[in-house]
Design a protein. Structure first.
Lengths: 365, 299
């Protein structure tokens, strides 16, 4: 088969995709939807927490601390309240946190700065109905309020890379790991199985063209679509969600390309197992998505999993991809620093391709 | 030379024997019909010959190539039209034809003269999606696509099933045309009336061959006397006729019942007795392929 014939295959496959506008739309919208959903709606980050302050003596030190907090984007200072109103304000949801200053705040602060041990001088009362938000708010509030005093504290906590604990940073790599499996594996497997189901595979097989060429040609348009989706996700991540990408966009892109190829090979493998489009869909949606959601570190840290699942998670490709992307996007590592992940992903890709080509049958049985 | 040689071919799906020791051959340039009801093993035979399935035992050659050892060679020199419409419904008529030409590394221009008589009938709709064509037009497009690489042997699996009567006869005249151009055609059909349009036919049922010859010869081999009978109450007539002395077989056949009898059958006595039925009609009938098929099947 010459190049022009190969092109005819790619063209035919592209026509299938273009004419199926609904699927096309879904493929393009799912990533955007997920990004927006996880980036904004499903969020554990501290954003616009209303804070009230109880201060028996509004001294300079108190005002300075409150001022600093009020200027911060993540907190809205709604005013001073009385000690007796704390419960009412928290219960009604008017505030997410209340900061109570000691009546001798200034004096104790000075003691603390001079190295004299003191009792706690600020109390933070937080609405912990949302555990995640409460935790992050407390931490961040402490950082803001005790900036000066912290010089004297025995423990100093600093949150590196993601000091505001933005959840987008956490979710973007996860979404990427999920979306490419969805787009590549699901779409390629369904499109190959469709040929089996409709009967066109029969005609394709009774021709001089070898099946792996047919399939290779099939992968190209899906690969291109995935590249567009990849660029879309990276743009959204950078400009909408402000993910830093400190490790270099080039490296992230390259690693993602490898992951795309891996997902396509996974789709190929599914297509050799599934006999109907519904089966292909179910396998890619259920069998692939569950491990990615649960075992890839996207939602739950791998370290928190039971040992058995920690071992199992090693064979989930998304785990290695998400881990590497996280390191590159947020920690600022380069592609070379995550060579181990790259190597594992490349090995998995190779294995998938070999197994599926072996399994691929150019007969009907 | 023989275009297709089949030697003791067998194929089972689990416990079901789809094809049971079938042997026959098709001559070069012949229009050969495979006649049999659903489940006769026609599709299995096509898939074995087009190398989509591997036989359990026996062997077969297509265009001189073995279906197991040389299956790749066979795949590039045959044209295959499966029983279900197997073109891309979301591609246009023209895109389908171009794609199948490319599949075989052929160009539409080089082979156009071969497919022209068929393709020109659907050319006015060349920008229409294949899924939106009528049944007859779909078959014409599928045939064009199967021919675009100038195959030596053409396999057509029930090409006229589900197609209207006019399109069916058009389709058969196209096949006669292709035969003139030297293409060997193996065609299967469940319609007995199409059998007479073939050079030779093989009657098959439940994976076995019941008979093989030219339609004319096959019909001539039906030696028993045959009568056609009709009455107002057809069901009662069937029951009574079956019990009559000398009647080997009585079965519905169009508007009549066909009565297969032995020499011991007394037609006059039968007519006298049956005259009691309302509107009784009885006449001698010429056997058809269908009569032969039923006879062979019962044996």
């Amino acid at each position: 088969m010459g190049f022009s014939n190969f092109f005819a295959f790619v063209k035919k496959e592209s026509l299938h995709i273009i004419r199926d506008t609904r699927t096309m739309l879904i493929v393009m919208c799912i990533p955007i939807l997920l990004m927006v959903l996880f980036g904004f709606a499903i969020s554990t980050e501290v954003n616009n927490v209303n804070v009230a302050v109880v201060a028996p003596n509004r001294t300079d030190g108190v005002e300075e601390a409150v001022d600093k907090m009020a200027r911060n984007n993540y907190f809205s200072f709604i005013g001073y309240i009385d000690n007796s109103e704390i419960d009412k304000y928290l219960r009604s949801g008017k505030v997410g946190a209340v900061v109570v200053f000691d009546k001798d705040f200034d004096r104790y602060l000075a003691h603390s700065l001079n190295g004299i041990p003191v009792k706690p001088i600020i109390q933070i009362i937080v609405d912990a109905s949302n555990v995640n938000t409460a935790g992050s708010a407390t931490l961040y509030l402490q950082n803001v309020l005790l900036d000066k005093a912290s010089q004297q504290m025995l423990f100093e906590t600093r949150l590196l890379f993601n000091p505001q604990m933005k959840s987008a940073y956490n979710f973007v790599p996860g979404i990427m790991g999920l979306v490419f499996i969805l787009v590549c594996a699901m779409m390629t497997s369904v499109s190959i199985v469709r040929e089996k189901e409709v009967g066109t595979m029969e005609v394709l097989l009774v021709s001089p063209v070898r099946p792996f060429k047919i399939i290779f040609a099939k992968m190209i348009p899906y690969f291109l679509i995935s590249c567009i989706v990849l660029i879309l996700i990276l743009l959204l991540a950078r400009y909408l969600l402000d993910v830093p990408m400190s490790g270099g966009v080039g490296g992230i892109f390259l690693l993602s390309l490898l992951y795309l190829v891996l997902s396509l090979s996974l789709g190929l493998l599914i297509s050799t197992i599934a006999e109907t489009q519904v089966a292909a869909l179910l396998i890619s949606a259920m069998v692939m998505m569950m491990p990615i959601l649960m075992l890839s570190g996207m939602l739950f840290p791998i370290e928190n999993l039971p040992t058995f699942f920690q071992v199992v998670s090693n064979i989930v490709p998304a785990r290695w991809y998400i881990d590497a992307i996280r390191k590159m996007m947020i920690q600022g590592l380069s592609l070379l620093d995550v060579w181990k992940n790259c190597l594992i992903l490349a090995g998995m890709t190779l294995m998938l391709i070999v197994v599926s080509l072996k399994k691929f049958n150019d007969k009907l049985e | 030379m023989e275009a297709i040689v089949i030697d003791n071919l067998s194929k089972s799906y689990g416990k079901v024997k789809a094809l049971d020791n079938v042997s026959f051959s098709v001559r070069n340039g012949e229009l050969f019909g495979l006649i049999g009801p659903d489940g006769a093993g026609k599709t299995t035979l096509f898939r074995l010959l087009t190398t989509l399935l591997t036989p359990d035992s026996g062997s077969a050659k297509v265009a001189g190539w073995d279906v197991v050892d040389d299956y790749l060679a066979i795949r590039s020199c045959v044209g295959y039209m499966p029983g279900t419409f197997s073109l891309y419904q979301d591609l246009t008529v023209e895109e389908n034809l171009n794609f199948f030409a490319a599949l075989f590394g052929a160009s539409v221009r080089d082979s156009y003269e071969l497919v022209e008589p068929i393709y020109k009938q659907i050319e006015p709709f060349k920008n229409r999606r294949a899924g939106k064509l009528s049944g007859g037009m779909k078959q014409k497009l599928a045939l064009s696509c199967a021919l675009i690489h100038r195959p030596k042997v053409l396999f057509l699996d029930e090409p006229t099933t589900g197609v209207d009567a006019v399109s069916r006869s058009e389709f058969w005249s196209m096949l006669a045309d292709l035969k003139q151009r030297g293409i060997t055609i193996l065609v299967s059909t469940p319609y007995m009336d199409e059998a007479s349009l073939c050079d030779r036919i093989a009657l098959c049922n439940e994976g076995r061959l019941l008979g093989l010859d030219s339609p004319h010869q096959l019909v001539a081999s039906f030696q028993s006397p045959l009568w056609a009978i009709r009455a107002k109450n057809m069901y009662a007539l069937l029951e009574v006729a079956r019990r009559f002395e000398g009647v080997t077989e009585c079965y519905p056949f169009g508007e009549f019942h066909h009565l297969v009898v032995t020499d011991a059958f007394d037609a006059e006595k039968f007519a006298r007795q049956m005259n009691r039925c309302d509107d009784f009609v009885m006449c001698e009938a010429h056997p058809t392929i269908e009569d032969l098929f039923i006879k062979l099947m019962k044996r």
